[in-house]
Design a protein around this ligand. Structure first.
Ligand code: HEC
Ligand code: HEC
Ligand code: HEC
Length: 459
């Protein structure tokens, strides 16, 4: 690969790390009480419980009710409805926007309408999309469709999902086309991304573990795509697998460490407590970091996780939730990728860790892990006087609005800095600005959320 191609790959991985984020709605407060699924085994009709979010299964063609029911259950486990339904839209008719700094990715209609949805997909087309990330016309999909997880799912389970989707009423909804900014609009470049980051292989049970453990692993790693949110995506750092489920930032929410780490992870939770959380969003009192960080006493899952619980997990069989809990509980304690650098004197440890997590997820792919940049494409932030000016206004504006503001003064004619104003809160912009101003030998004063707020207003 030539140098140029490497850079493009970095850019893409960067786009994608942001794109893979769910476009989460604002916190809705408590998760509505979900019906407790009873009985064992996905084959049973547990998923038809009242209050469910998916249209009921119905037999059609030569497919039995049981087969379509099973497909519906797998569809719930994959939370397909979350992304493929617009606000107030028909389930699976598509059109939900997933924001990235490079443009909005719209989810397609996956009802069986020919020409609008996936009515024209053969079984092979469907498997190729979900396991290999390839469209029927041979072009790659953006990994905003979580095929890096779905690739682990057995053919038959995915085809059951297809059978269920094909039992639905076709919708002629035509979601807006996805147009990302150059170079992210060039789908062919995603082949490079797939070669590097897609481990195209079905789930292999671990013979040393119980059937229950393996069932849990299959659901967590495959259809549950929990790692999409809970695994850090620092492509410049260590390999992902090592950091699996150690926690990451999603749309400004912290999706916590799910390993058995005692201080940060689920180490202090029992298997039953984990299963209860998955079923209801209710965390064990006080011990949960999520409970602590929220204002006031708080026991319910918030933000993107509330949606996962409501639309997917709360609809699954208790036996499956228990299996997932068993698997999670058996994950050896792993801390989020360790820091090697000491905390700069201007920052509290908490602010440093927040800044680092945000930086690693959203900035490092371009500006590199130590702020050293990548000439001639991305300026260094370390030792950059524009970053450490006493007046932090320019840094804040760059983050809010993107750069360059004047194309004639662009650092490089080929790349731009995306704007982060609509993705981050004032607090987060301040945390990031403070982090880059105090790190890697930079020595400037921190920035406050009020300073960011004032500049936002000025636009
Ligand atoms: C995190 C959001 C997300 C989830 C969850 C998700 N999808 Fe998607 N899906 C997408 C996006 C985004 C695309 C379009 C990607 C692109 O344009 O490259 C897509 C594309 C597809 C396509 C291709 C449709 C076409 O017309 O080319 C199919 C089929 C599909 N998804 C099925 C599923 C199924 C089945 C599930 C659940 C197992 C699922 N998706 C879950 C986001 C999601
Ligand atoms: C769309 C992103 C997303 C997905 C997908 C997701 N989570 Fe979460 N998860 C979160 C966020 C964000 C939180 C923190 C919620 C809060 O602050 O209340 C969380 C919290 C949790 C917690 C509570 C941890 C604690 O310490 O409080 C558990 C357990 C959990 N998730 C398990 C899972 C499992 C298992 C899956 C896969 C089936 C999953 N999550 C999928 C985003 C996600
Ligand atoms: C897609 C790649 C990309 C990403 C992601 C990115 N930047 Fe940039 N950044 C650039 C480019 C390119 C420039 C130079 C823009 C110009 O021509 O003025 C830049 C400029 C800057 C500058 C101004 C430097 C100067 O010399 O004026 C700051 C500060 C900055 N970025 C911080 C960040 C932070 C913090 C993040 C994470 C939230 C981030 N960037 C994410 C590409 C990126």
């Amino acid at each position: 690969m030539d140098y140029r191609a490497v850079v493009v790959t970095i850019l893409l991985a960067c786009a994608v790390s942001i794109a893979a984020v769910h476009a989460a709605e604002q916190p809705t407060g408590n998760v509505p009480a979900a019906p407790q699924a009873e009985g064992m085994g996905a084959q049973q009709s547990v998923a038809t419980a009242a209050g469910s979010v998916l249209p009921p299964a119905r037999a059609y063609g030569d497919l039995s009710q049981a087969r379509v029911e099973y497909g519906r259950y797998m569809t719930l486990a994959g939370d397909c409805v979350a992304c493929h339904t617009a606000e107030d839209g028909k389930p699976f008719a598509g059109g939900r926007g997933i924001e990235t700094p490079f443009g909005t990715i719209y989810t397609p209609n996956i009802t069986p309408a020919k020409g609008y949805g996936i009515g024209g997909f053969s079984d092979e087309d469907f498997l190729r999309a979900l396991q290999h990330g390839i469209r029927p016309d041979g072009k790659p999909y953006y990994p905003a469709l979580p095929y890096p997880s779905y690739t682990k799912v057995k053919d038959d389970d995915l085809l059951a999902i297809k059978d269920y989707l094909f039992s639905l009423e076709p919708s002629r909804n035509q979601p807006p086309a996805t147009r990302l900014r150059w170079p992210f609009d060039m789908r062919d470049l995603l082949f490079g991304w797939q070669a590097l980051y897609l481990h195209d292989a079905r789930f292999e049970p671990n013979p040393d573990k119980s059937d229950e453990w393996n069932r849990g692993a299959y659901l967590v790693e495959g259809l549950g795509h929990c790692g999409t949110c809970h695994t850090p995506r620092n492509i410049t750092g260590a390999k992902e697998a090592k950091d699996a489920l150690t926690g990451a930032i999603v749309d400004g929410w912290y999706a916590p460490n799910l390993t058995s780490d005692l201080s940060e992870g689920l180490g202090a939770w029992s298997v039953d407590e984990i299963a209860t959380y998955l079923a209801s969003g209710e965390a064990p009192a006080a011990e949960s970091p999520a409970a602590e960080s929220a204002a006031g006493p708080q026991t319910a899952a918030l933000g993107p996780m509330a949606e996962v619980v409501h639309q997917s997990l709360s609809q699954l069989a208790t036996s499956d939730l228990h299996a997932m809990a068993v698997y999670l509980k058996d994950q050896p304690a792993k801390e989020a990728p360790p820091t090697t650098a000491p905390v700069p004197h201007q920052l509290s440890e908490a602010s440093y860790i927040k800044g680092r997590t945000l930086y690693d997820s959203y900035c490092a792919s371009c500006h590199q892990s130590h702020g050293q940049g990548l000439a001639p494409y991305f300026p260094a932030l370390a030792g950059n006087e524009a970053v450490t000016l006493e007046e932090p206004n320019d840094v804040i504006k760059t983050l809010l609005l993107g750069a360059p503001s004047d194309p004639a003064e662009a650092y490089s004619p080929h790349v731009v800095m995306p704007s982060f104003g609509s993705i981050f809160t004032d607090e987060q912009i301040a945390t990031l600005a403070s982090y880059i101003r105090a790190n890697w030998g930079n020595d400037a004063a921190p920035v406050s959320a009020d300073q960011v707020k004032a500049l936002r207003g000025e636009r």
